[in-house]
Design a protein around this ligand. Structure first.
Ligand code: FAD
Length: 453
């Protein structure tokens, strides 16, 4: 019998395991996949070429991530952010520097107003209890899209705010409640931080890819992680918890759930979880984003004064593009995010056609050099059975006010981790780590109390 069984070996599960290992509490991690990382997945294509198919950036305010990098000697580097960015809206491609693209004066004034209003409202949200905001019911009754409809007065302003928000949330904006959007913004400090590279959530990348960090974290207790163990049933009986899947059964005293909400909803719990938890699990839907990589011999756009960043309206399959070249620039890599409805349309095409679509856009933006890539790869976590979407689970209208803290609340001996259980940096790897650590500390506190009684 194990003291603690952790389900899921993403950053949250491994952060929880690290705390239990340090406290010398026997535990087991059960992971459905044959690898660590979950929504973090660094694909090694050759000795010197890797692509981060999942989470990759860290930035200021993500203290635990920087502390972990330091603890494990993992090197990080600045995301390339020099030169001109591009904006491709209304069938025109324009260069700009900084965060705000060139637009007509009315759109610029409107953009400033909408961004400031979002920042101001987000600031007022109590992170631990968004449903207690005096206007929670009103904010939770409308989607982010409805808010933008009534606040964006020009077409260009609406296009720019929408594509920025789609990149931040990885969702159609009519699928997320305004209250959840404001919570999410405050959870990651503010909108500026979430959008920016410099001083923002995209400031740094890990040398060798994000998976390097989780591999190092798990090294001391690798023998306590079992792969290809998809948990199907969790039965509580006589003070113990039985965990079952195809061909295995384990018993423990406490369980830490560190899986995305739609995957938790698929597990057969006996007795049933509370009505609130079940109904909320059924409502939280994952976002949808594909990462599309074009690899070149070198980052040729830098020589021509471009940052590699571009932002586009619905005429492009990609809401945004970033320079994702390795630290030493030994390859040039451009990564495009295709999100929500654009992703659905894009992934219906053959791989050959998808490559053509991306080459065409990159050639339009960066010239002839873009027509000669050495490699094209794209990937969507939505097609991964054990993720079902990304970056994270999103609350639709009515969910925060209807179910309040039902997600993260422990039930009997079952504790809830995962990035969706974190009030701080919800949806990010930092949130996953914090929620894993908090769940492990709660378990330790509870076990200590039991032992002293
Ligand atoms: C494309 C993409 C880009 C992103 N970019 C960033 C970024 O740049 N920066 C950032 O901070 N965040 C980013 N994120 C979000 C970040 O990756 C996630 O928030 C974080 O990795 C979630 O970690 P987690 O441990 O909570 O969940 P997960 O990583 O999803 O881990 C859950 C684990 O549980 C396993 N599992 C599921 N069901 C079962 C079951 N029944 N039995 C056993 N095991 C099970 C899964 O296989 C998985 O390994 C991105 C995500 C994606 C997909």
């Amino acid at each position: 019998m194990q003291q603690v069984i952790i389900i899921g070996a993403g950053f949250s599960g491994i952060a929880a395991a690290k705390i239990l290992h340090q406290a010398k509490i026997p535990f087991l991690v059960l992971e459905a996949r044959d690898r660590l990382g979950g929504r973090v997945y660094t694909k090694q294509l050759s000795d010197d070429l890797y692509l981060d198919f999942g989470g990759q950036w860290i930035g200021p305010g993500q203290e635990r991530m920087y502390e972990l990098c330091q603890e494990y000697g993992v090197e990080y580097f600045e995301t390339y952010d020099q030169g001109y960015n591009l904006i491709d809206i209304n069938q025109k491609v324009k260069k700009f520097k900084g965060l705000i693209p060139k637009m007509d004066i009315a759109s610029l004034i409107n953009l400033d107003f909408v961004l400031k209003k979002l920042e101001r409202l987000a600031k007022s949200i109590p992170l631990e209890s968004p449903w207690q905001h005096p206007k929670a019911l009103a904010f939770d009754s409308i989607s982010l899209a409805a808010f933008l409809d009534s606040n964006c007065k020009t077409n260009s302003c609406k296009k720019v705010v929408s594509l920025a928000c789609e990149t931040v949330f990885a969702s159609e904006l009519n699928e997320i409640s305004l209250l959840h959007s404001l919570f999410y913004i405050k959870s990651g400090r503010d909108l500026n931080t979430l959008i920016n590279i410099k001083d923002g959530a995209q400031q740094h990348r890990i040398v060798g890819g994000m998976q390097t960090l989780i591999e190092k974290m798990a090294e001391p207790f690798r023998a306590s992680i079992q792969f290809q163990k998809a948990v199907k049933k969790i039965f509580r009986e006589n003070g113990n918890i039985k965990i079952l899947g195809d061909g295995f059964e384990f018993t423990g005293k406490k369980v830490i759930m560190a899986v995305p909400p739609p995957l938790a909803a698929k597990i057969d719990f006996q007795p049933l979880l509370s009505m609130e938890k079940r109904q909320l699990l059924d409502r939280i839907a994952m976002g949808q984003v594909g990462k599309c990589f074009m690899v070149y011999k070198k980052p040729f756009w830098r020589e021509n004064g471009f940052s590699g960043q571009s932002f586009a309206d619905e005429n492009s399959p990609f809401q945004s593009l970033f320079d994702c070249s390795p630290k030493d620039g030994s390859y040039g890599i451009l990564m495009g995010f295709t999100i929500a409805n654009r992703a659905k349309k894009y992934f219906r095409e053959s791989k050959e056609r998808r490559k053509k679509l991306m080459v065409e856009k990159l050639t339009l933006y960066f010239g002839k050099g873009a027509s000669e890539p050495v490699l094209f790869e794209d990937f969507s976590m939505t097609d991964e059975v054990w993720s079902r979407g990304c970056y994270a689970g999103l609350y639709p209208t009515g969910a925060w006010t209807g179910f309040q803290d039902a997600y993260a609340k422990p039930e009997d001996s079952i504790y809830w981790a995962g990035t969706e259980a974190s009030p701080v940096w919800y949806g990010y790897i930092e949130g996953a780590v914090r929620a894993g650590e908090k769940a492990a500390e709660s378990v330790i506190g509870n076990l200590t109390k039991l032992n002293s009684n």
